[in-house]
Design a protein around this ligand. Structure first.
Ligand code: LLP
Length: 438
């Protein structure tokens, strides 16, 4: 296996030893223990810059990418986003807290959520969040009231459901008419939602938001152009109906990344360029001033910047059936196969030619705790060896749990030949820290 076979260009073998972002993975594992999440900081920065440049070049000044923190939210990450001048999409009181504690400028935050609590709304207002993405009429009236009590006027986007099926997997598809997110155009409810927003004295409507789904391999650019067409047509209809044209349209996040070699490579700048051409052309056709555009990439900023390294705990051959390679982590640090049957590329820390096919499984008390079935690993693999799962930078750390009271792994950042601990490993005492009867 050579460097070019390994998905993302920042993973390779050097003298038979696995390297990530130019560093020896086995050595990092020796220093920090396993399991551990490793992040290639320069890759995160490159991905942010790629989006910023593409948005500016294609859409012009004022259009911007907002990092979707749900993909990986911890203090160090928000510091990178601040330095790179990224906006951020935040979805909970925990994400608000983390970003603000890391010094992220809340003016650049978009606060999402379909069931924001009073506490979250109040905290977001206190922190001076730049814009609320209002999901539903209940939230609209509570927010208007809370803004009035604080004596402020809050900028908002309205989350609109365009009625699109992006043909990704069900759990991450969010733009269909009957989605739990947003207010649908098709039923006429979105038009009412806009009228209510315009009538709210303490809120300023700056535009519309939609998000059709995650892991969209939009190689022909059709999902986003379809969404954009629907949002622009809706904007035209609303301008005719109530005289309001949006300053911004946010098209949400969602470009897919390559987890395995057979996944397509999305040319993101090219997609953004095609989308911008379409939107400018369509706006002109329907006589609508071209709005500024926001995108909310999460996965495509951090996924290929991440890797998880494990130590093998046991190798078990069930004669005539299969071989299990069990590691010191599992669905607690990567629930994505268990939840979505997601594909991953799994590689050994030390290269070898003689291979076996095995299922890489975790240590949790559940048969569904599988990291990846049908993996090719060295036939010599045994307890104590290290293996790595690639492209784990998105929705692994952020979806980790303490099932079985397993402490969560640390996050180690790699940059220019140096490592920095961004999140320390949880201890058993951390896991029990909230128990009052201990
Ligand atoms: N904006 C909104 C409103 C979203 O709901 C999401 C993702 C994003 C942006 C970012 O999408 P991305 O660029 O990361 O695709 N846990 C699932 C993914 C759930 C995505 C939820 N929303 C997974 O592990 O695949």
């Amino acid at each position: 296996m050579s460097g070019k076979d390994l998905i993302s260009g920042n993973v390779s073998y050097d003298g038979g030893r696995l390297t990530f972002a130019g560093m020896d993975v086995g050595k990092i594992a020796d220093e920090y223990g396993t399991p551990a999440y490793l992040y290639d900081e320069n890759r995160i920065v490159d991905n942010c810059r790629m989006y910023k440049r593409a948005m500016k070049e294609s859409f012009g000044e004022g259009s911007l990418p907002a990092y979707a923190g749900k993909a990986a939210a911890f203090g160090y990450m928000y510091k990178i986003m601040s330095r790179e001048g990224m906006a951020a999409d935040l979805v909970s009181i925990g994400e608000l807290y983390t970003a603000s504690a890391a010094g992220f400028d809340m003016k650049n935050a978009y606060f999402h959520g379909n069931a924001k609590t009073d506490e979250e709304i109040s905290e977001a207002l206190r922190l001076g969040v730049g814009c609320f993405v209002v999901d539903n009429p209940d939230e609209l009236s509570v927010l208007d009231d809370m803004a009035r009590k604080r004596g402020i006027n809050q900028k908002i986007l309205l989350r609109i459901t365009p009625g699109i099926d992006p043909h990704t997997y069900e759990a991450v598809s969010t733009g269909k008419v009957d989605s739990k997110f947003g207010v649908p155009i098709a039923t006429g409810q979105a038009a009412e939602f806009v009228k209510s927003a315009l009538a709210a004295p303490n809120l300023t409507l700056i535009g519309y938001h939609c998000h059709v789904g995650s892991l969209v391999f939009d190689t022909e650019s059709s999902v986003y152009t379809d969404a954009a067409r629907i949002m622009l047509d809706f904007s035209r209809d609303m301008r005719e109906l109530v005289g309001y044209a949006p300053e911004y349209i946010s098209l949400g996040g969602g470009y897919g990344v390559r987890y395995v070699n057979s996944d397509p490579q999305v040319d993101i700048p090219k997609n953004i360029e095609r989308l911008a051409e379409f939107m400018k052309c369509h706006s002109a056709e329907i006589g609508l001033p071209m709005p500024k555009v926001i995108t909310e990439p999460g996965r495509s900023i951090v996924a290929d910047a991440g890797m998880t390294v494990y130590t093998v705990g046991s190798v078990k051959n069930v004669k005539g059936y299969k071989t299990y390679v069990a590691v010191d982590g599992g669905m607690t640090d990567n629930p994505r196969y268990a939840l979505y049957r997601s594909s991953y590329t799994v590689v050994p820390a030390i290269e070898s030619d003689e291979k076996m096919i095995c299922d890489v499984v975790g240590k949790c008390c559940e048969s569904g705790d599988i990291i990846q079935p049908g993996v090719s690993l060295p036939a010599s693999t045994r307890r104590g060896d290290r293996i790595a799962v690639l492209t784990t930078g998105a929705y692994n750390y952020s979806m980790a749990s303490n099932y079985n009271r397993i402490p969560r792994p640390p996050v180690v950042m790699i940059k220019d030949g140096e490592t920095t601990l961004a999140v320390r490993r949880e201890t058993p005492a951390d896991v029990a820290a909230l128990d009052l009867m201990i």
